[in-house]
Design a binder for this molecule. Structure first.
Ligand code: ZN
Length: 420
């Protein structure tokens, strides 16, 4: 069900000796129908290593992608942030980069970027392995190939539509086991004067903001400009520009070209230099991240002790994204007495988180449970707000209904109590 790498997935180089070993966790997107099953969920090792040759930070143990992704239903269109974010990208393409043939999006998800491009009269084609998501796109008159981005699909697209003017891939290249195959296919389908634009979460923020909860089995790669620049050359790409973007706690948007004569923007050197200062190209970074996680763990246990000594409030959680599974496991919070976790996503409700076995329920259900709970009525609740990127939104939602004397806690960029 999982394999352990002995060499780098990108360049076959040796790993440094230093590794960052986290507690074993179950695949973070697998929710269970019962608490017992969730608590007994199969766990896999979670360990980061760095390649000594290309400096790529990656998981040492790769869980079978079929198990990780076959039921994958994360929909980017459900988040307003991503609807706006991708609309701006479509606008950037429409205003700055002429598309003579079509734009291809690898991992087109529910098609929000495709529709933003189509709206601007740009021909756009998607490739999406999830049958559920691909069907939704085809239903909206979009051209979407329901398959993996493999050679067969690339040949099929080439013979029907010719070469792509631009290839896009957003939040997809951390999830692909064989990144060499993916980049080879991009190179094959992209026109010689075309552009390859893609977004990946930046390793930097795991270190600077401590967002280690983005480490889970689905994320096999933790990218930097330094390692990406080395990697992309193997496929004839030149890194010409990088943009810093806010997605997923901080990401990089890379612009690659096959044209070796094209001028490189100063952003590439700036970001590479910044990464060197932060030691993102040295095994030292794994040690620094480890220290950071230990510091966060200390702060969390201090806050928890404080609550246990001074308060009789009930614990509840808000938000059950995949990263919660890593967070609860590494912070030793899986055994706390938590009423449940509120999540507005219908497909998650009335299911149980792997590992902790916490139940995911709707706001209405939580209100009902708390009404009958004497401690909650008398002493309020302490709400752990897990999705750090949605803090303000969640505080506002909670404020309108939580019992008196309630408090919230956020964990990033630092552990702090917040008024709700
Ligand atoms: Zn490597």
């Amino acid at each position: 069900m999982f394999k352990t790498l002995s060499n780098c997935r990108l360049c076959a180089g040796d790993f440094y000796n230093k590794t960052l070993k986290l507690k074993d966790t179950p695949p973070a997107n697998e929710l269970y129908p019962t608490r017992i099953a969730a608590r007994e969920a199969q766990k896999f090792p979670l360990e980061l290593v760095m390649c000594s040759k290309c400096k790529h930070v990656q998981l040492k143990h790769i869980v079978n992608p079929k198990r990780l992704f076959d039921e994958y239903v994360y929909k980017s269109g459900t988040s307003n942030f991503f609807i706006n974010h991708f609309d701006k990208l479509a606008e950037l393409i429409a205003s700055k980069y002429p598309v003579s043939n079509y734009v291809l999006e690898v991992g087109s998800n529910d098609g929000i970027l495709l529709s933003s491009l189509l709206k601007r009269d740009i021909k756009a084609i998607g490739v999406e392995p999830s049958e559920y998501l691909a069907k939704e796109c085809v239903g909206n008159n979009q051209i979407v190939y329901n398959s993996y981005f493999d050679e067969k699909t690339v040949n099929e697209i080439l013979s029907t539509h010719g070469k792509a003017s631009i290839v896009l891939g957003n939040n997809v290249f951390a999830h692909i086991e064989d990144l060499r195959e993916a980049f080879k296919n991009v190179s094959k389908i992209l026109d010689s004067d075309g552009l390859f634009i893609f977004e990946v979460a930046h390793l930097k923020y795991i270190l600077t903001d401590g967002i280690f909860d983005t480490i889970y089995h689905e994320h096999m790669s933790y990218h930097t400009a330094i390692s990406m620049e080395i990697f992309c050359k193997d496929f004839g790409f030149k890194m010409i520009s990088i943009e810093k973007i806010p997605s997923h706690g901080g990401s990089l948007r890379f612009f690659l070209s096959k044209d070796q004569k094209i001028q490189v923007d100063s952003s590439v050197q700036e970001i590479v230099e910044e990464e060197k200062v932060l030691k993102l190209d040295s095994e030292k970074v794994l040690e620094l991240i480890e220290e950071k996680i230990n510091m966060i763990k200390l702060s969390v246990s201090k806050v928890m002790n404080d609550f246990q000594m001074k308060s009789k409030s009930r614990y509840i959680g808000y938000g059950a994204p995949a990263k919660v599974v890593t967070f609860l496991a590494q912070m030793d919070l899986e055994k706390i007495d938590l009423v449940g976790i509120i999540d507005d996503n219908l497909s998650k409700q009335n299911k149980y988180l792997p590992g902790s076995g916490f139940e995911i329920i709707s706001t209405e259900q939580m209100k009902q449970v708390l009404l009958k709970d004497e401690a909650a009525r008398d002493f309020g609740v302490i709400c752990f707000i897990f999705p750090w990127n949605l803090k303000a939104e969640i505080v506002k939602k909670l404020h309108s209904w939580v019992p008196n004397n309630s408090n919230g806690v956020v964990f990033f960029p630092m552990v702090e109590k917040v008024e709700i």
